[in-house]
Ligand binder design. Structure first.
Ligand SMILES: C[S@@+](CC[C@H](N)C(=O)[O-])C[C@H]1O[C@@H](n2cnc3c(N)ncnc32)[C@H](O)[C@@H]1O
Length: 217
């Protein structure tokens, strides 16, 4: 695995970012999750959910959704949005590197900008936890910074090979496609690529079963 990183982005860094204008907080889900929405099956976990837009998007589509984040402020905002929109989402303050201790099971996991926050060690803990909570045949939908994004400011760059390596055992990487992450235009501290940081969108299936969306009607 290339590009080893010793420490994950810590809670204090995120607390500071949420005290200002968090660059990823665009008021709606990132486009790739909207594009695959028909493939998302109940129950859904949004890991590192931030202020909850993706979780709330899937709840509005009728899904049972749990959103977790290890920072309290975005969870407070996510709960307020859920109440204002009349949507029932379980938003919890929880560290995604300890997923395995929940006992919960999910058919779909959304990861919109979480994977690239982790050190190598926390990445392994996260994937081990995912292996315990994702049902056989369930899927992880993952959006992360790519190594095609120039520079080093912002989160860790992830290579396509690192994604395949992280999910080599007990998972099938269905595809990894290049995309870009939309950034809040009010965030100007870091200059990313035109159109947003270059990113990967990956769909990864947990082996050992078959889970497909049921046709409606
Ligand atoms: C780049 S932001 C993306 C937020 C949200 N998913 C979105 O797309 O707007 C990453 C989020 O992951 C959260 N996070 C980082 N490390 C975490 C961990 N170990 N456990 C839970 N949440 C974490 C951060 O607090 C932050 O809200």
């Amino acid at each position: 695995m290339t590009n080893p990183v010793r420490s994950s982005v810590d809670r204090a860094t995120f607390e500071n970012l949420y005290a200002g204008k968090a660059p990823w907080d665009i008021g709606r889900p990132q486009g790739p999750f909207v594009a695959v929405a028909d493939r998302v099956i109940d129950p859904v976990l949004d890991a590192g959910c931030g202020t909850g837009e993706t979780a709330l998007f899937f709840a509005a589509r009728g899904h049972r959704v749990t959103g977790i984040d290890f920072v309290e402020e975005p969870i407070r905002r996510a709960r307020a949005k859920a109440a204002a929109r009349g949507l029932a989402v379980e938003f919890l303050v929880k560290d995604a590197t300890t997923l395995g201790d929940t006992g919960a099971r999910f058919a779909s996991v959304i990861d919109s900008g979480l994977f690239h926050c982790f050190s190598d060690a926390d990445r392994r803990r996260y994937v081990e936890g995912l292996a315990r909570v994702v049902e056989p045949g369930g899927r992880l939908f993952l959006l992360c910074f790519s190594d095609a994004e120039p520079g080093t400011e912002g989160p860790r760059r992830v290579s396509r090979e690192e994604l395949y390596a992280a999910f080599a055992d007990g998972w099938e990487v269905e595809y990894v496609q290049p995309t870009q992450i939309e950034v809040n235009p009010e965030f100007t501290e870091i200059k990313f690529s035109e159109g947003g940081p270059k990113a990967w969108f990956a769909v990864v299936r947990r082996q050992g079963g078959v889970l497909e969306p049921q046709p409606v009607g």
